[in-house]
Design a protein around this ligand. Structure first.
Ligand SMILES: Cc1cc2nc3c(=O)[nH]c(=O)nc-3n(C[C@H](O)[C@H](O)[C@H](O)COP(=O)(O)O)c2cc1C
Length: 185
């Protein structure tokens, strides 16, 4: 198998990170991977916010936990409890938020970029956890949201985020269900 396939097949979500920060080379490699993602009509509408500020990440975490407690978020909160997680970002030293203005393919563009980041992180020996839960804390119509403070304009939408860091505890890649693939020959 080639290196690319090995990276794709070996990647799995990390939900336990060490405190070790990422170095400049790792951050630069991740930025290149994000910017290398294809976008519809090459319009490059994705914007990437690389946050290493612990205080800000903790405030986003607290807002997400508050929203989950107020909404129907008990399942997510229980899952975090089972995992012994204090933070929705699992205390990763870096979280990349991907946002853009609304457009037909905005969500898909962000999805492709987040997978680029996950694979790039894995290829660097780092772990990652894609995070959909946190995006509500950056919704401009949610009271007390952190969008403006994080430099998002009122018409920006945070589609997805990804926590990245050194792996404290890994898990096996998920199993495949080949019945999800159909052939028409
Ligand atoms: C769009 C998307 C959103 C996700 N959001 C979260 C999240 O908020 N919190 C979390 O712990 N994992 C999140 N995940 C990670 C998935 O739970 C994980 O990818 C899935 O369980 C499969 O495990 P694997 O990545 O190890 O193959 C998300 C994954 C995707 C693709």
């Amino acid at each position: 198998m080639n290196e690319t396939l090995i990276t794709i097949l070996d990647r799995s979500t990390t939900r336990s990170f060490t405190e070790q920060p990422l170095d400049d080379d790792q951050l630069a490699a991740l930025k290149n991977a994000a910017l290398a993602a294809p976008t519809a009509r090459n319009r490059q509408e994705n914007r990437f916010l690389f946050v290493t500020n612990k205080d800000l990440l903790e405030r986003v975490n607290q807002k997400v936990l508050e929203l989950l407690a107020a909404e129907d978020g008990q399942t997510s909160l229980n899952r975090m409890k089972e995992r012994g997680a204090r933070s929705v970002f699992y205390d990763a030293p870096l979280v990349v938020f991907i946002y853009s203005k609304a457009s037909k393919y905005a969500y898909l563009n962000a999805g492709i970029a987040v997978q680029n980041l996950a694979l790039a992180a894995h290829s660097l020996g780092l772990g990652s956890c894609i995070n959909g839960l946190c995006t509500d804390a950056l919704k401009t119509d949610v009271p007390g949201n952190l969008a403006a403070e994080m430099g998002l304009e009122p018409d920006d939408h945070c589609h997805i985020a990804i926590a990245i860091g050194h792996i404290a505890q890994d898990k096996e890649p998920h199993s495949f269900d080949y019945s999800h693939c159909r052939d028409i020959e």
